[in-house]
Design a protein around this ligand. Structure first.
Ligand SMILES: [Zn+2]
Length: 196
């Protein structure tokens, strides 16, 4: 897959991932202004920095840029756009269906971020550590070891659980998974309007 094909592939996957969202979530995302996306082959921190600067914002400082250069996806609240890296090294060697699943999961995660940043309260953000600890340890470790700040935990929990719920929904599985704690369940219901 060359760069042009990779971008086209990602755009198509994002369209399908968007169409899979529950209609109420699409409406909410549209109300927030989070229905825009862009697939790129450039490192996301560098690309986001350029987009922000050309729109008159400060841009990202060096650590933020370097950190985000490694990201598979990014929600930029200022620009109301989800950026997807169409050629992230994580996708190397994946067959098409696996690549599609991986990209869709990134998109759902980023839309989860948009919903979380919009709907989570200051108290929710302050409860990040507790929320993280209520997740199964494997999932909690993924977030903990990724180097997020404590104040980012809540948004990561919402985004990641949201993406996992969407993966299940696409498979036709609905309802609350056993591993979602009461606390996280309440948060997701309130912030996103899940769980069906
Ligand atoms: Zn995230």
């Amino acid at each position: 897959m060359n760069d042009v094909e990779a971008i086209r592939f990602a755009q198509r996957v994002l369209g399908l991932a968007w169409a899979d969202l529950p209609p109420r979530h699409r409406e909410l995302l549209e109300a927030i202004g989070a229905e825009g996306w862009d697939a790129t082959v450039r490192p996301l921190g560098t690309y986001a920095d350029e987009l922000l600067r050309s729109a008159g914002y400060w841009g990202l400082d060096l650590p933020a840029r370097i950190g985000r250069d490694r990201a598979r996806g990014l929600w930029i609240p200022e620009l109301r756009v989800v950026l997807i890296n169409a050629v992230h090294p994580d996708y190397e060697g994946l067959d098409r269906p696996s690549r599609e699943n991986a990209l869709a999961r990134v998109a759902w995660h980023e839309w989860g971020h948009a919903l979380s940043l919009h709907g989570a309260t200051r108290e929710d953000v302050a409860a990040g550590q507790k929320l993280l600890e209520s997740l199964p340890s494997e999932l909690a470790d993924t977030i903990r070891l990724a180097g997020y700040l404590r104040r980012e935990y809540t948004h990561e929990v919402v985004a990641e659980v949201y993406a996992l719920l969407m993966v299940r929904r696409r498979r036709g599985v609905i309802g609350r998974p056993q591993w979602v704690s009461d606390q996280v369940d309440e948060l997701i219901r309130r912030v996103v309007g899940w769980i069906q």
